[in-house]
Design a protein around this ligand. Structure first.
Ligand SMILES: Nc1ccn([C@@H]2O[C@H](COP(=O)(O)OP(=O)(O)OP(=O)(O)O)[C@@H](O)[C@H]2O)c(=O)n1
Ligand SMILES: C[C@](O)(CO)[C@H](O)COP(=O)(O)O
Length: 374
């Protein structure tokens, strides 16, 4: 069973009033399209994601979702879906989704796919919460009405046939075409997070719906002191009769901060991203590891708000270098120096640090991230 997600992103987004098509506009730190693309990409039941873009939008797509598979769409949403379907070969199920509905949860995808066991199609819907009137002001009973969202899931052959057979003008969604051909379409529970971004102010409202969360994570590292090595701490070369040896320039402080930063987004550790076995990292400047971790956090719409570093050693004395180290860490993280704390302690001559065999570092990094959990 092959299940494909088709994201239609060929619109102009004219109702937002902005010149940049809305699907490429930044939303909580990344392009709107990237949110649903990742939601599909992360879902175990989705085998492939195809994006339908507007003519000439290749560069915008490459910046939003590097490497995304794509095809060029048409002048209307219906034509864009048809272009996407024509580009698919061998799909069993297809989920057609608006790039303009960025916050797609795995639960919605699950409900849609489950409903296809008994129906030709399935759409997520929400009840109407407002009192409704028609344009003349007469009340319209709302109990029987639902608001229809996307993704809309179908058996591929049914949707392709519905598009081929459609003669009814501009359909506003795909489910009505399938119903017109006699297909059954299940209504499953939608999600308020899936609201479509259409008008000015909708992006700000979506970001507010998403909220923000604060996360803190810990990093810890140790390196051995050795003769004939340079001593780099926090990106600063410290004059000392010994230096640290090990991975890269063995800057134990930057390694601890890098691990903490990776920890805030559960992105593994420094060794995973920069394997010590890889000769290109021998003697390398550790600031680049920290900047890489920062770029991963920023790609998720996160920003660092505070760093607290503790160095554990008998010597050298850290006090005279504290402010230089703080300034360098602040520079690497684009963080005001007031948001970088550097502390040092001896271990009372106990253990390997106490015997002067090595230096240990511990860091806690706090970040502010979009509140999404998918
Ligand atoms: N020719 C079109 C028109 C729309 N869409 C996509 O269909 C979805 C829903 O359409 P809508 O919200 O109406 O987007 P736009 O057409 O871009 O908006 P506007 O009408 O304000 O220009 C969007 O993801 C949009 O990119 C598309 O792929 N091809
Ligand atoms: C497909 C859709 O999102 C379902 O609600 C909606 O019909 C798209 O409408 P638009 O006028 O193209 O924004």
């Amino acid at each position: 069973m092959k299940t494909v997600a088709l994201i239609v992103a060929a619109g102009k987004g004219e109702r937002t009033g902005a010149t940049l098509p809305k699907q490429y506009a930044p939303l909580a730190g990344r392009a709107m399209l990237a949110w649903s693309h990742q939601a599909f990409g992360d879902h175990p039941a989705i085998d492939e994601v195809l994006v339908v873009i507007g003519a000439g939008q290749e560069a915008l797509l490459a910046a939003a979702v590097p490497g995304a598979r794509h095809v060029t769409g048409g002048a209307t949403r219906r034509e864009s879906v048809a272009a996407g379907l024509a580009a698919l070969d061998g799909a069993d199920l297809v989920l057609v989704h608006d790039a303009a509905r960025p916050f797609l949860s795995a639960a919605v995808i699950d409900r849609l796919i489950a409903a296809l066991a008994t129906h030709d199609g399935a759409v997520p819907v929400l009840p109407v919460a407002d009192t409704l009137v028609n344009a003349d002001g007469a009340n319209v009973p709302r109990e029987a009405l639902r608001r229809v969202q996307t993704p809309q899931a179908f058996r591929f052959v049914t949707l392709a046939a519905a598009h081929r057979a459609w003669r009814g003008g501009e359909a506003t969604d795909d489910a009505q075409m399938v119903r017109a051909l006699g297909g059954s379409v299940a209504l499953v529970q939608g999600d308020t997070m899936l609201e479509k971004i259409t008008y000015p102010g909708d992006i700000a409202a979506a970001e507010a719906r998403l909220g923000r969360e604060t996360r803190s994570a810990l990093g810890f590292d140790v390196h051995r002191l050795a003769d004939g090595e340079e001593l780099w701490l926090g990106g600063v070369l410290i004059p000392h009769h010994q230096g640290l040896s090990g991975h890269s320039d063995a800057d134990v402080a930057l390694h601890a901060i890098t691990d903490a930063l990776l920890g805030t987004i559960a992105a593994g550790d420094i060794g995973m991203h920069f394997p010590p076995s890889d000769p290109q990292w021998r003697g390398a400047e550790s600031g680049q590891f920290l900047r890489h971790a920062l770029s991963l956090v920023e790609a998720r719409g996160g920003r660092v708000t505070f760093v607290d570093l503790t160095l554990m050693c008998e010597a050298p004395k850290i006090g005279p270098h504290r402010d230089t180290i703080r300034a360098r860490i602040g520079e690497l993280l684009a963080l005001p120096v007031e948001r970088v704390s550097v502390k040092a302690t001896t271990t009372e001559r106990l253990g390997f640090t106490g015997r002067g065999e090595g230096i240990a570092a511990q860091a806690i990094v706090t970040v502010d991230l979009p509140g999404a959990t998918w």
